[in-house]
Design a protein around this ligand. Structure first.
Ligand code: ZN
Length: 96
């Protein structure tokens, strides 16, 4: 299950394989046990997951980048730089 936000894909790690035992469909959302864990859950795209199969517990990002999105991000940066440079040159010609 993937939602397309243009450059970045939001994925549901519930459908990922466990990073420890590599078993599919065994990950479940885990509740934060302490303040630090709830802060990480709150401010980063990483969420706590637990594996029903091997007992692994850790953070998995809910966002993923693919080759297409990386190209898109690079082209945005290039476009922004070129636009910035052009605006800078135009402003420079007015100052003279
Ligand atoms: Zn596992």
């Amino acid at each position: 299950m993937k939602t397309n936000y243009g450059a970045v894909f939001k994925k549901n790690p519930l459908f990922d394989n466990c990073p420890n035992c590599n078993t599919a469909n065994m990950l479940r959302r885990s509740h934060a046990r302490n303040f630090k864990e709830s802060v990480i859950k709150g401010i980063t795209p990483f969420k706590l997951y637990r594996c029903k199969n091997c007992g692994w517990r850790g953070y998995i990002s809910t966002f993923s980048f693919n080759a297409r999105s990386i190209r898109l991000i690079i082209s945005y940066i290039v476009l922004a730089s070129v636009t910035g440079l052009v605006v800078y040159k135009i402003l420079q010609s007015f100052v003279k």
